[in-house]
Design a protein around this ligand. Sequence first.
Ligand code: TYD
Ligand code: MG
Length: 465
Amino acid sequence: MVIGSFIIKKERGETANKSAGTFICGNCGYHSVKAMGRCPVCNQWNTFTSAAAESSHSSAPLQLPLSILEVPSASATRLPCGIGELDRVLGGGLVQGSCVLLAGEPGIGKSTLLLQMAQSIAARNHRVLYVSGEESPGQIKIRAERLEALSPHLLVSFQAEVEAIEGLLRESKPSLLIVDSIQTMASSEVQAAPGSVLQVRECAARLFTLVKEANIPLVLAGHVTKDGNIAGPKLLEHLVDVVIYFEGDRSLGVRVLRAHKNRFGDTSEIGLFQMTGAGLREMSGVEHLDLSGGGERRGGVLTATLDGARVLLVEVQALASQSFLPVPRRVVNGFDFNRLLMVLAILDKNGVHLGAQDVYVNVLGGISLADPGADLAVAVALVASHRELTLPPLLAVGELGLGGEVRTVPNLEKRLEVAVRLGLRHFLIPPSKGVTKEGKGVQRWPLDDVKALMRVLREINKEAL
Ligand code: TYD
Ligand code: MG
């Protein structure tokens, strides 16, 4: 049993010796010495094929290392998209020969953004090739008419086979290749379904080679689902140069573009868009945004995140209820799962025992909180639910340390300023020097640790009753 599981782990690893296995699972890429009916890793049936084709790659010619001084400098030439919010996230535009992955849930607006980007570049007399494996040219035309993306330099093609894209590139010689989406592409040389790990990896590798040779940028759309369990974006993240996530709450219409990785720029800036009847509209001058819905607030725990120069106000909700399961549930949406486990452990050490409770955490506004300053808000929402506290609308900003201490966050004052402007009056913040001054009706509670938080929450609860 132990030996068996060791072998599986070893073969699953990226560094596992591929030639050791002669059969490969078409779904997850697991290598095995014998063909099996059911894959032991992903549990899919009848997915094994011979891996002989894969091991026939010829080795690349030997290239001697160069002194760094001899390496010709590739001053990254960029092709600006002409859409300010997108260029801001890309770090100034698309770099020649690079690959950008635009990831997001289905229906969030990836195809819309890509078509608007294609139009913006084509309008400056650069030929753009937009290859879709999802929509026929007729369907793309309907969208293009809505978006007024009708430049003669915008070429569209309905194609789901990567080998054919090579021919398209040779014929049309575009300045930019857009492929929508990587999950619909397939290579005839790989026997696996489109969207499977093997196909996604193979198609991406072929497309990278094509655009590197042609020295043009490539933009790929990739679908992710809420559980992030699909082949695609996660698999490609380390292969591509830039990974951008497109997220947002469909009911609000606000879309946030966030660089998760950028080899040619910084990842702190975000792009803001509004989805309208005529496509995505840039929210250029916006310095701060209330994604919590605003309006009449009667309660709720909010936090203020800082992305580049922009402050976003978001609401964090939590529910802790008695569990009837052997292993209580932890369901989290918009916040890191492992960080939630850490917050739960810190609360447990401080007398809030949620070990036998199902815990649900949800971030409203449809965005993922990457800022550790959101820890305190999650803790407050959990305590409030567990202890059934009645709280006024609160803003909680602070990172939690493993010892339960509340740590400060960059630009706290700027975040608080925005929250005051958006109508919040109660602030739970890290201990900060020299912030004793309180505005009209504004109450600040600087907290040293979770113990202090518990005391303050009891106090606010009494006042609110
Ligand atoms: P789409 O770009 O097709 O999403 P994805 O490619 O990420 O799957 O966007 C689809 C949604 O956007 C759909 O619900 C309709 C909406 N939409 C608008 O509201 N206005 C528009 O002008 C367009 C083109 C789409
Ligand atoms: Mg689409």
